[in-house]
Design a protein around this ligand. Structure first.
Ligand code: IMP
Length: 175
């Protein structure tokens, strides 16, 4: 159990379950991208731990970079469209795998992919640790999903509540 400010969070997905799933996703991506040298594009801050764990378990030649977009306010997705910051590499003709912590309304990932597409990559795939299908507002094709979860607020393993709680190995859910 973890209390941050006014909210209490209880266990939801254990570190062991997360790590096992990350290994499965990494194995699948390594198979799918053999010979393609993909560029992993981690979306900060939330995807930092997932992107790192996924990346270190890929067994193919690959690169990693990180971008930043809109920040998340309290327990509600802002839905505001924001610019991608921090992308210094050219994405032209690259096979991109965008790595997100969670797809909630889907607006963030759609915006990120639209902006990346403008750079004419060879392909774009999405890998998200968590997916809340019930919250989805925009149709989006997710290529690699760690866990489909119900529409509840979660934190840990990179996900935060008002900036806090990212540094837990387990994922917890709002009580
Ligand atoms: P979307 O644009 O609504 O899909 O929101 C995506 C972003 O909102 C994620 O990258 C997270 O930063 C944040 N987010 C959505 N749901 C949660 C949650 O349950 N816990 C923590 N952050 C969340």
């Amino acid at each position: 159990m973890l209390t941050i400010k006014d909210k209490t969070f209880v266990p939801f997905i254990t570190a062991e379950t997360i790590q096992n799933r990350v290994l499965e996703l990494a194995a699948q991506i390594s198979l799918d991208y053999a010979g393609k040298q993909p560029l992993i594009v981690g979306v900060l801050n939330g995807a930092v731990l997932f992107a790192a764990d996924l990346f270190r378990n890929l067994t193919i030649p690959c690169e990693i970079t990180f971008i930043r977009v809109a920040s998340y306010q309290a327990t509600e997705s802002s839905g505001k469209l924001k610019q991608i910051l921090g992308l210094s590499e050219s994405v032209t003709d690259r096979h991109l795998i965008v790595v997100e912590d969670i797809v909630d309304t889907g607006l963030t990932i759609c915006e990120v992919c639209d902006q990346l597409r403008a750079g004419n990559p060879a392909s774009i795939a999405i890998a998200t640790l968590l997916f809340k299908p019930a919250a989805l507002k925009k149709e989006v094709a997710l290529d690699y999903v760690g866990f489909e979860i119900e529409n509840r607020f979660v934190l840990g393993y990179g996900l935060d509540y008002d900036g806090l709680g990212r540094n837990t190995k387990d994922i917890l859910v709002l009580q």
